[in-house]
Design a binder for this molecule. Structure first.
Ligand SMILES: [Zn+2]
Ligand SMILES: [Zn+2]
Length: 187
């Protein structure tokens, strides 16, 4: 069994948090880490007790949904609420932070931003990160599988492909099935 890296583990946490998002426009997750420990997490959603975009629709002004607090802000504010220092911490985000979040990340003393995908990366945000000495690292998001019957499924599909091969199915067709199988079951 392959052991997942710290980067994959923390990024997976952010992807999991993104599933809690209540905004229909974009689902973002953020995890703040210090000394390889998760100290806070957030997703983009309404303030506690507020209406949710998924129920009432987004509140859009100038093409932005203003109802939600961004994932990074929520994670930083969780630290503020419970008195947890963010100085020299790292943050894992599913999307490159917006300009406002870039500033908040710098001001919170966070030193490294790991992000899974580019998202309208603001040039001024990038300049501010450079000036503040904040590193940005793109982390390839690998799919973390929790499929307990993966091996059984793989063996079943392989037996079906063998059967097709024995029954004289066209070689190219069998090859393409095998490629699809490899793609689906790669780690
Ligand atoms: Zn929204
Ligand atoms: Zn933001």
């Amino acid at each position: 069994m392959d052991r997942i890296s710290w980067n994959q583990y923390f990024m997976a946490q952010s992807h999991l948090l993104a599933l809690r998002s209540t905004c229909t426009r974009l689902a973002v997750g953020a995890t703040i880490v210090r000394d390889k420990r998760i100290i806070a997490g957030g997703y983009n959603g309404s303030i506690a007790g507020g209406e949710h975009c998924i129920d009432d629709g987004c509140y859009v002004i100038d093409n932005h949904c203003v109802r939600t607090i961004h994932a990074e802000m929520n994670a930083i504010l969780q630290c503020a609420k419970f008195g947890v220092p963010t100085s020299d911490a790292e943050i894992y985000v599913t999307h490159f932070p917006c300009l406002q979040c870039c500033k908040a990340i710098i001001q919170a003393g966070i030193k490294t931003v790991y992000y899974a995908q580019d998202y309208k990366n603001h040039p001024y945000g990038i300049v501010l990160f450079e000036k503040a000495g904040v590193n940005t690292v793109q982390v390839e998001a690998e799919r973390v599988s929790f499929d307990d019957s993966k091996q059984e499924k793989l063996e079943f599909i392989e037996s079906l492909i063998d059967e097709l091969e024995k029954n004289g199915k066209h070689e190219d067709q069998v090859k393409s099935y095998k490629e699809t199988k490899d793609k689906l079951f790669q780690n």
